[in-house]
Structure formats: structure tokens, C-alpha cells
Design a protein around this ligand. Structure first.
Ligand SMILES: Nc1nc2c(c(=O)[nH]1)N[C@H]1C(S)=C(S)[C@@H](COP(=O)(O)OP(=O)(O)OC[C@H]3O[C@@H](n4cnc5c(=O)[nH]c(N)nc54)[C@H](O)[C@@H]3O)O[C@H]1N2
Ligand SMILES: Nc1nc2c(c(=O)[nH]1)N[C@H]1C(S)=C(S)[C@@H](COP(=O)(O)OP(=O)(O)OC[C@H]3O[C@@H](n4cnc5c(=O)[nH]c(N)nc54)[C@H](O)[C@@H]3O)O[C@H]1N2
Ligand code: SF4
Ligand SMILES: [Mo]
Length: 681
């Protein structure tokens, strides 16, 4: 839809709409959108009378400027077919009918020749709305018998840990942090990744609460904190175990609470035993006095809350580290008061929501191994992948071992469909691209995984070009492949009913937004309890024990053989959500290095010197920016960077190993170990 910009005098009055942001962000903001002349003009926080309280009258600038994404030059407007070599992105438009025909033909052909598992759906939480994933797509791919994707690129280790210990229990509501006497922000950077927690933490401090940050770099919050522990990436497990050891040793463990509510206490105590403060200090690089200060604060404060972020999980020890951190409030006796306990993902506040399509029991492909699976027919049992269907994801920009993913996508005999809103790096390799609607153009449901809220997301404008919603496209494909049953949900309304259930639907209709089952912000071990079979905390659950090769809470030391001495982390940045909006980033993205590491490599002279960052997986050529806030020995490239933003067209994923975490089979992005060399200008 192209509409000429009206001159101010002709400009029609905008219409105002209220909706909610579905992006992969914990906050789930309530939005107010101004639509002028059929186009989204301004997006801001919804006013307090219709907004979820956490939104607090402001939203991030990314979504404030989302019209650049909606109407930008990278937006996909029509279905199109590849007209050049893979990777070039030369396309010729085709009709939707022809595109659907082609997909049906290719999926049927693959199934006839090699079986349904030769089709691999590849998606993650790029949309994150409840109607745009695990709905019609689940019907299509599961009933077809396609390979099953393990969506493990994010949150798999932390989910496994939270599930094993607490059966996934709703956490402390972010609004309640205001009442905390101590908040520990552990491996999270809310200033970028969940901005509404920041003013709440500030308010807590204004009331005399203390703030501790555990992060290998001095994040904006670390600069304001009472204490900043700067561990070497991947060593949080040792810190947490050292705190447990001390709690038991000094008699500060809440044995009464543990006797009533926990199992595995002695086992955890035994495994924590070797981790003296001295040993933890040696491995983490955090001075003993800082560990001791953290201990003093935690053992003495109540309410004390831990915001455990996803920075903890993305390494070889990630699952055990999250488990040990989530076990702290149990051992330390921090539950049973408002603002006491932990927050990880708060999705458990809505465990009554969702619809599950039965699994066909087909082979499981871990998405961290997509590169291997596409390039090596022996990587997993079963047929080679012949049809790859990418939606809600940009795998070339976001999966580890990027060069292998690229080689896989470049395979001439692979038929790749990319269904997206914009021409992503992955879409350049597609045989067929399909234009997708955004959450401002389709029906959806937004559920916070930090904010405890569920709200309706309603289209505020017509889709641009010929963009279609996931529901519509997957429903049509399932229909054409003869996979639908009479009682399947079909329309948006059907799906909303199927996902929400009657009670939630009524709640949404009456109140505009829905709160957790408890009806109020829950207090852990007062309003909500573990969803384990015996309602107890399992501090050393058998399920996790069985999963980890060396046992839960076993520490795996520094990866690699020392040839690559710098630890490369790739956390989130304010400008993007994963790779979403990455096309809008101006200029080149630099590698950040500590000045001492840069000086050692002759990289401290000149303005942003050029460098090559490399290891056995690949390389990134880019500029270097000195950042004294990093721990020496740690370098940083943000996640989700598009090819256009570095000289080499590669990003941190080119250096990220495709090894898996100790539990949860998750990604080990922050186990990337690299060397950096100066390049001539
Ligand atoms: N190096 C490094 N890489 C990382 C990480 C890291 O720490 N380091 N972190 C990882 C993390 S935490 C995550 S969550 C993953 C995320 O990785 P991905 O899930 O791949 O997320 P995005 O990169 O944001 O891609 C989402 C895509 O979905 C599209 N999309 C959005 N809504 C819709 C829709 O309704 N329909 C369709 N068809 N498409 C839609 C968007 O346009 C966008 O291109 O990245 C991981 N990648
Ligand atoms: N603006 C924006 N918001 C987002 C996203 C985004 O990409 N952009 N992504 C969304 C998604 S998908 C996710 S998963 C969340 C992630 O949000 P966060 O939980 O904040 O996770 P990250 O940004 O990966 O990393 C958080 C911090 O962990 C630190 N870190 C790295 N390695 C370690 C370690 O070994 N130990 C410790 N203690 N800290 C470490 C990093 O320096 C970083 O400051 O944010 C969501 N919100
Ligand atoms: S991305 Fe997060 S902060 Fe930004 S509008 Fe959406 S929910 Fe709010
Ligand atoms: Mo994520």
C-alpha cells in the first residue's frame, strides 16, 4: 500500500488505537498507536487507564520508531521466487497462489521420496505472540510428520533448571522489586532488555534498598550498584555454589524451610562443599572481599530478590549455574515475603493458556545444530533435510556456527522458504520468500515473560503490500495438504478461543487485559508453590542429574586450549530485539575491547582501528572500540547484527561454537574464545 505523504494542511486527523507489543521482550507494553492516512504514524505508551501498570507511561525507542520497519525499503511486499544464485537475493515476484502451490509440491515430493522428516520447520520467538507460533504452524508441521525443532537457541537451559527445581513457578513480579531491601541483578541488563525494571530498581534504592550486579562488564546498572561482581563469563556456578557453602557453613541456611519444602538439600550441600570463597575467587576472577560482601548482603537482607537473566545460561555451565542461582532463595530462606525470591521467566503465571498439538514423535533437530544438520547427512539419523521452512526467525544472523549455517543454506538441492516481514540475511538464501504481517497488522495475543500480563493485540492498519499473517498462511497450507480436521480452529476468533479458554477470553473481553491465575502479584510460597509432583523444591533433581554428563553443579573449566585467549560475549543492545530491526542500524558495529587487551595487540592507536576477530569457527572483520567497562580478557560484539553492519558480513555467531550447555541442550554463545589482530587501514 503506497500512500503519498499528505501536506500538513491536507493531513487527515489521526485515528487512535490501543494494542500491545508482542516482540520478544519481557515487558509486554500496552501501546497507543496513531494511524494517519492508513499508515502507522506514532507509537507510544498507552495511557494509564488502559495500560498494564508496568508500561509506566513509556516504551522503548525501537517500537516508538517502528514505522521505519513497517515502511522501510527492506519490507517484503509480495511473494517472490529466487532468480539468481543463493545468497544474492535476486527475486522475481509471483502470486500467493503460485507460492502456495510450490510449497505444497515441494513438501509432497520430499515426503514421497524421503519421508516427512526431510522437511524442517525453523522458527523461534521472533514474533512471540501467542497466535503467531504453535498454532496453525503446529497443525501443519506436526500432522505432516516433519522433523521436530528443539527451539533451544535461548532459554532452554534456564527453563530446564526452573522446571527441574520448581516445576516452573511464577516469580516475583517486577513491580514488587520496589519493596526489596536487596536486589541482585545477575547476568541481566535491563537497561537494554527490559527497561521498565530500571525505574523500579531506582525507586527501591531511594527507599534504602541495596543493588548488586553480577556481570562481566560494567553495565549501566552496575555503575549505580552498591556492589558489582565481575566474573569471567561462564563461571557464575562457582560464585553461586560458594554462597551456598557459606550459608550452610555459617548456619545461615533456613533449615526449617528446607525441611518443610525442599529435597536434595544434602546433595546440594555436598556439591557446594569444595567452593570456598578463595577457590571461587580464583576461577571467577572476583576478589574474595567482593564475594564476602555479596554474601553478607544476601544473608542479612529480606526481602531479597534475584533477577536472573539469560546472560548466565549461554555457556557450558549455563544450566547448572541457573539452577544454583535459583536455589539460593530456598537455602537462604528468602521466600514467603513480598519481593522475596527470584524472577527468571514469568511465563508460568499463565500456565492455563495455550493449545498443544500432539507431537508426531518425529526426530528432534536441536536448532543450535542446524548448520551441522544441513551440511552433514550423518549428523543425525534419518533423511537429509530437503525443505527448510523459516518463519519468526533469522537463523543466519542468530544461530551459532554461522559459516556452517551459511553453507547449509547455500545448498542447491535444499528448497528454502523464508516467511518474514523484511528481507533478512537468511532471506537472501531463500528459494521462495513470503511477506509476513507485523503485530500492528494482524490479530495476536501478547503475554509478558517479565510483566505478568496477557493482552489482546489488534491490527491497527491494513497489511502493507500482500503481506499475510502466519495463521492465514499455515492454515491454507494445512488445508491444501489435507491435514485439517472438522473441529480445528481456523479463524483468528477460533484460535483466540482455543488458546485462551473461556475464562481468560471473558476476562480479556471485560477487562482488556488479564492478570495471573492468582489474581494478584504472587508471593512465592504463599500464593504460588512449585509445580513439581510433591510441590517441593528439588535442589538436586534426578531429571537434571540424568541429563548432564558430569552431573548437576559440576563445573566445566575454561573452554578451548588457550590458543584463543579472549572471551567473546554477545549480549543484547538497546537498538534491536535479537536481529529484529537490525536492518535499521546505521553504520558499522565495532568490536568492544578492554583498553589493556587492545594495547597488547597494537589496537589502541587511531580512531577505531580495523581488526580481524577469529577462531577455528570463523572470523569477523570490523572496527574496534575501546571499552574500559569490560572485564580485561573479555571482548564484546552485540547479538543480532546484520551482515551489512560489519566489513566481513559476519557477526558474533561466526565465532560462536555450536557446543551445547550442560543441561537443557542450549546455545553456548558466550563460550566463544577468540584472538584479535590489527589490520591495516
Ligand atoms: N551471537 C549471539 N546470537 C544470539 C544470541 C546471543 O546471545 N549471541 N541470543 C539468541 C537469542 S536470546 C535469541 S531469542 C535468538 C533470536 O533469534 P530469532 O528468533 O532468529 O529472532 P530474530 O533475529 O529477532 O528474528 C525474528 C524474525 O522473525 C520475523 N517475524 C516477526 N514476527 C513475525 C510474524 O508474525 N511472522 C513471521 N513469519 N515472521 C515474523 C522478524 O521480522 C525477524 O526477522 O537469537 C539468538 N542469537
Ligand atoms: N533491546 C532488546 N531487548 C531484549 C532483547 C534484545 O535483543 N534487545 N532480547 C530479548 C531476549 S530474546 C532475551 S533472551 C532477553 C535477554 O536479556 P538479558 O537477560 O539481559 O540477556 P543478555 O543481553 O544476553 O545478557 C545480559 C548480560 O549478561 C552478561 N553476561 C554475559 N555472559 C555472562 C556470564 O557468563 N555471567 C554473567 N553473570 N553475565 C554474563 C552480559 O554482559 C549482559 O550484560 O532480552 C530480551 N529483550
Ligand atoms: S520491545 Fe519491549 S519495551 Fe519495547 S515496546 Fe515492546 S514490550 Fe515495550
Ligand atoms: Mo532470547
Amino acid at each position: 500500500m503506497t500512500v503519498a505523504d499528505p501536506t500538513p494542511s491536507q493531513a487527515p486527523r489521526p485515528t487512535i488505537h490501543h494494542t500491545a507489543c508482542t516482540l520478544d521482550c519481557p515487558d509486554s507494553c500496552s501501546l497507543e498507536v496513531e494511524v494517519r492516512n492508513g499508515r502507522v504514524d506514532k507509537v507510544r505508551a498507552a495511557p494509564p487507564d488502559v495500560a498494564h501498570p508496568l508500561t509506566g507511561g513509556f516504551i522503548c525507542s525501537k517500537v516508538g520508531r517502528i514505522s521505519r520497519h513497517l515502511y522501510g525499503e527492506d519490507r517484503l511486499l509480495h511473494p517472490a521466487r529466487r532468480a539468481g544464485r543463493k545468497g544474492e537475493g535476486r527475486l522475481e515476484p509471483i502470486s500467493w497462489d503460485r507460492a502456495i502451490d510450490l510449497i505444497v509440491e515441494r513438501m509432497t515430493e520430499a515426503k514421497t521420496a524421503l519421508g516427512g522428516e526431510s522437511v524442517l520447520p525453523l522458527s523461534y520467538g521472533g514474533s512471540n505472540g501467542l497466535l503467531t507460533q504453535d498454532t496453525a504452524d503446529a497443525i501443519l508441521f506436526r500432522r505432516f510428520g516433519a522433523s521436530t525443532l528443539a527451539r533451544n537457541v535461548c532459554a532452554a537451559p534456564s527453563t530446564a533448571a526452573a522446571l527441574g527445581l520448581y516445576g516452573k513457578m511464577a516469580g516475583v513480579a517486577l513491580e514488587d522489586y520496589e519493596h526489596a531491601r536487596l536486589a541482585i541483578v545477575w547476568g541481566a541488563n535491563p537497561s537494554s532488555t527490559g527497561i521498565h525494571l530500571v525505574p523500579i530498581l531506582r525507586a527501591a534504592r531511594a527507599r534504602g534498598g541495596k543493588l548488586v550486579v553480577v556481570d562481566p562488564r560494567r553495565t549501566p546498572l552496575a555503575k549505580q550498584a552498591d556492589l558489582h561482581l565481575q566474573p569471567r563469563p561462564g563461571t557464575d556456578l562457582c560464585l553461586a555454589l560458594a554462597l551456598h557453602r557459606e550459608l550452610f557453613r555459617r548456619g545461615d541456611a533456613d533449615l526449617e524451610f528446607l525441611a518443610e519444602h525442599a529435597s536434595g538439600v544434602d546433595e546440594l550441600r555436598r556439591r557446594a562443599e569444595p567452593w570456598t570463597f578463595e577457590r571461587a575467587a580464583e576461577v571467577t576472577g572476583v576478589p574474595v572481599r567482593d564475594i564476602a560482601r555479596c554474601y553478607e548482603l544476601y544473608s542479612a537482607s529480606s526481602p531479597a530478590v534475584i533477577r536472573c537473566g539469560w546472560g548466565v545460561e549461554r555457556n557450558r555451565n549455563g544450566g547448572s549455574a541457573v539452577a544454583a542461582i535459583l536455589a539460593l532463595p530456598a537455602v537462604g530462606g528468602k521466600f514467603r515475603v513480598r519481593a522475596g525470591g527470584y524472577t527468571m521467566s514469568n511465563g508460568a503465571a499463565f500456565r492455563d493458556v495455550g493449545r498443544r498439538e500432539p507431537s508426531p514423535g518425529t526426530r528432534i533437530v536441536n536448532m543450535n545444530h542446524v548448520g551441522r544438520v544441513l551440511t552433514d547427512p550423518n549428523a543425525i539419523p534419518g533423511p537429509p533435510v530437503k525443505v527448510l521452512f523459516v518463519y519468526n526467525a533469522n537463523p543466519l544472523a542468530t544461530l551459532p556456527n554461522q559459516e556452517l549455517v551459511r553453507r547449509g543454506l547455500a545448498r542447491e538441492d535444499l528448497f528454502t522458504v523464508v516467511f518474514d516481514q523484511v528481507m533478512t540475511d537468511t532471506a537472501l538464501y531463500a528459494d521462495l520468500v513470503l511477506p509476513a504481517t507485523t503485530f500492528l497488522e494482524h490479530d495476536d495475543l501478547a503475554m509478558g515473560y517479565g510483566a505478568m500480563v496477557l493482552h489482546d493485540t489488534k491490527p491497527v492498519t491494513e497489511p502493507v503490500g500482500e503481506a499475510r499473517s502466519n495463521l492465514r498462511v499455515f492454515d491454507e497450507l494445512a488445508d491444501r495438504l489435507g491435514l485439517l480436521h472438522d473441529d480445528d480452529p481456523r479463524s483468528e476468533g477460533d484460535w483466540r478461543r482455543a488458546v485462551l479458554g473461556r475464562r481468560r477470553q471473558r476476562q480479556l473481553a471485560d477487562e482488556g487485559l488479564a492478570l495471573p491465575e492468582t489474581g494478584r502479584r504472587p508471593i512465592q510460597f504463599v500464593d504460588v508453590f512449585p509445580h513439581t509432583a510433591d510441590r517441593r523444591v528439588h535442589l538436586c533433581p534426578r531429571s537434571l542429574e540424568a541429563e548432564s554428563a558430569r552431573g548437576l553443579y559440576a563445573f566445566h573449566s575454561e573452554p578451548g586450549d588457550g590458543r584463543y585467549p579472549l572471551a567473546l560475549i554477545s549480549p543484547s543492545v538497546p537498538q534491536t530485539v535479537s536481529s529484529t530491526f537490525g536492518q535499521l542500524r546505521p553504520g558499522q558495529v565495532p568490536l568492544e575491547m578492554h583498553p589493556d587487551d587492545a594495547a597488547e595487540r597494537g589496537l589502541s592507536r587511531g580512531d577505531k582501528p580495523r581488526a580481524r576477530v577469529f577462531n577455528d569457527y570463523g572470523e569477523v572483520r570490523c572496527r574496534v572500540r575501546l571499552n574500559p567497562d569490560l572485564k580485561p580478557g573479555v571482548a564484546l560484539l552485540p547479538k543480532g547484527v546484520w551482515a551489512r553492519s560489519t566489513e566481513s558480513g559476519t557477526n558474533a555467531c561466526a565465532l560462536a561454537p555450536d557446543t551445547l550447555t550442560d543441561i537443557g541442550a542450549g546455545a553456548c554463545f558466550n563460550d566463544a574464545r577468540v584472538e584479535v589482530e590489527a589490520l591495516a587501514d
